[in-house]
Design a protein around this ligand. Structure first.
Ligand code: CDT
Length: 321
């Protein structure tokens, strides 16, 4: 059995508020066709790949944004993407805003097989930003207003391997990769919309690209898995989104990376058997992990400095006189 697949990271340039689904799906299909030229087995599209990143806007009435959500997948407008992928024999990953029939809103991604069957669905666990309008910001990040969190990191048997999904902010949390890793994940697919400007601490802006790769490369290496991180990039409604989509090997090395902030596909051959090199040596979980020492990771949310440790302000430390 071959465990080698060609993966395409299909970065999207910006999607503006007035761009309709038909136009966007045409762009996705163009990228898919480029994936076919490069003999891809799997093409990975980003988070919220069908619309602009609408959580940047506050709306008193949440239902005013319901047109950004999909009530069925594939919808009539997205069906051509499924048809084209099936015709080309390419699987794909797609992020979108999901509205369930009983009115729940999620930031969701799906994994679709080469036959056009939906193999798995994932709902974003770590929702960043804030719940209320914060008018001092140049743009909002209201994911905690528009979405409910998902509650599970899942893996799926697909493409002759074990495949997991995470979405954007999930990639900054080591727990994401470790939970996937504990489920044997060999390939993690991650879409993102990352504003380069971070209003609560603009000193991080210059580090946006560094942090993006830092977390995904560490996650790949520490769990012996391939990681594919794919951006919606460029200037979207006045907000600059990070590009630098990449395909990362279980060694932690970047093997392919986008160079623009536009629609761009880069591809790489991923040998899933390479994961074993790391999973069976340095990161042999069975042999080396010490879960009995890690209990606070699941029992505790925030920081609890153990009793008896005094934290003094810098001023207190100055010698008197
Ligand atoms: N889409 C998304 O999750 N973006 C976040 C922005 C963090 S700042 C609120 C990210 O982690 O890239």
């Amino acid at each position: 059995m071959t465990r080698v697949l060609k993966i395409g990271a299909a970065q999207l340039g910006p999607i503006q508020r007035d761009d309709n689904r038909k136009e966007v799906v045409e762009r996705l299909i163009a990228l898919l066709n480029q994936g076919a030229v490069e003999s891809c087995d799997l093409v990975v599209f980003p988070e919220l790949a069908l619309t602009t990143f609408f959580p940047r806007w506050w709306s008193e009435n949440i239902t005013e944004s319901d047109h950004f959500f999909e009530t069925e997948m594939p919808s009539q407008e997205v069906q051509p993407l499924f048809d084209e992928a099936k015709k080309l024999g390419i699987g794909f990953h797609l992020g979108y805003a999901e509205m369930t029939s009983d009115g729940h809103r999620y930031n969701t991604s799906i994994l679709v097989s080469k036959n056009g069957d939906t193999l798995g669905k994932y709902r974003k666990v770590h929702l960043p930003g804030h719940e209320e309008n914060e008018p001092w910001r140049t743009f909002q990040h209201l994911e905690r207003y528009y979405f409910e969190p998902g509650n599970e990191f899942k893996v799926f048997g697909a493409f002759n391997g074990v495949v997991g999904m995470a979405i954007c902010n999930d990639r900054r949390w080591s727990e994401t990769y470790r939970v996937l890793g504990l489920k044997g994940c060999e390939l993690a697919l991650i879409g993102y919309n990352t504003p380069v400007h971070y209003p609560p601490d603009p000193s991080q802006d210059a580090l946006a690209g560094f942090h993006n790769h830092l977390v995904m490369q560490s996650g790949a290496y520490q769990n012996g898995m391939w990681v594919v991180g794919v951006a919606k990039a460029g200037n979207e409604e006045g907000c600059d989104l990070l590009g630098e989509s990449s395909i990362i090997a279980p060694s932690g090395e970047i093997v392919a990376q986008c160079s623009t902030v536009e629609d761009e596909l880069v591809s790489a051959v991923a040998d899933l058997d390479m994961c074993a090199k790391y999973k069976e040596t340095l990161f042999d979980f069975d042999r080396y992990r010490r879960p009995e020492v890690y209990k606070s990771i699941t029992s505790q949310v925030g920081v609890e400095i153990p009793e008896g440790i005094e934290v003094r302000k810098q001023d207190d430390e100055k010698p008197e006189g």
